[in-house]
Design a protein around this ligand. Structure first.
Ligand SMILES: NC(=O)c1ccc[n+]([C@@H]2O[C@H](COP(=O)([O-])OP(=O)(O)OC[C@H]3O[C@@H](n4cnc5c(N)ncnc54)[C@H](O)[C@@H]3O)[C@@H](O)[C@H]2O)c1
Length: 260
């Protein structure tokens, strides 16, 4: 492990931590000695996460719901007595289809979870992060947060918003010693991307295999990235080893220049 990577006794809150990238981040932070609190909208997934990682704190909470987020932070204060790291991970894929086919409801829901959810959590986390010795916020964006993504305009718009939000908070909070970075994953192998690929194949009238191959080939490395790649970047970005890194869009996508 690189120097200064210890996250011993650091208090970490990961939204949507019961599965996918959030759960992988929980595993990595627990292994690094952190106290981890996860929230999610899926009670059964939370239960399974508690089974795997018995020491973690969990709560049912929807990041897009203001009352739910308020209750979450009350619980975090009660159980943790503070917070050192917020990982705004919750995000949904949103609708697939060209812009003229999208419904207002799907558009609004995508922005409500992917960017308003980060805002709702950030504004309650900041007073706690200010009291930390070195507060950190990490916001999950996407390769679609710096590239266009045909058929996924709601998702892409929400993920570009995350980058603007991140860079602005880094300026607002820098003097308080709080670092704010975004992580931009490329296509991550796993169940979520398989669902995205299936939806895309249907929209484009192509086979699932063809679309899957094009997802792999869109990266210079010729493959998708792993959940562990993203969790490792989050651990580095949260650690003292990244003590001078703030306001950055940290891209982990095997070098993807165009999203298919
Ligand atoms: N997986 C990828 O290929 C990929 C690529 C780029 C960016 N991302 C981003 O990374 C983040 C995590 O992605 P993932 O693939 O692990 O997601 P996922 O679809 O696997 O979902 C992870 C968890 O989010 C929870 N969740 C959904 N809505 C929620 C809400 N409103 N409040 C709280 N929890 C909620 C789900 O119950 C689930 O347990 C997202 O922001 C996503 O946009 C993922």
């Amino acid at each position: 492990m690189f120097e200064d990577a210890s996250m011993q006794d650091t208090k970490v809150l990961i939204t949507a931590g019961a599965s996918g990238l959030g759960l992988e981040m929980a595993r990595v932070f627990v292994a690094a000695g952190s106290d981890v609190f996860i929230c999610d909208v899926d009670e059964r997934a939370l239960e399974a996460a508690r089974g795997e990682l018995p020491k973690i704190h969990t709560m049912l909470a929807d990041v897009s719901n203001e009352d739910s987020v308020a209750a979450l932070f009350q619980q975090v204060e009660k159980e943790f007595g503070g917070l050192d790291v917020l990982i705004n991970n919750a995000g949904i894929a949103g609708p697939t289809g060209f812009v003229e086919t999208l419904s207002r409801a799907d558009w609004d829901r995508t922005l409500a979870v992917n960017i308003t959810g980060q805002f709702l959590c950030a504004r309650l986390a900041v007073p706690l992060l200010r009291k930390s010795r070195g507060g950190v916020m990490i916001n999950l964006s996407s390769a679609a947060g710096h590239l266009g993504f045909a058929g996924r305009s709601a998702y892409s718009a929400s993920k570009w918003a995350v980058v603007g939000f991140t860079k602005t908070l880094a300026i607002e909070l820098g003097r308080d010693g709080i670092r704010v970075n975004a992580i931009l994953p490329g296509a991550v192998e796993g169940p979520r991307i398989r669902a995205v690929i299936a939806a895309k194949a249907k929209t484009l009238g192509k086979s699932v295999e063809d679309v899957a191959t094009s997802y792999e080939q869109q990266a210079s490395l010729g493959r998708m990235v792993s959940a562990r790649d993203i969790a490792n970047m989050a651990l580095f970005a949260a650690s003292p080893a990244a003590g001078s890194v703030s306001g950055q869009a940290l891209v982990v996508d095997g070098h993807t220049q165009q999203l298919v």
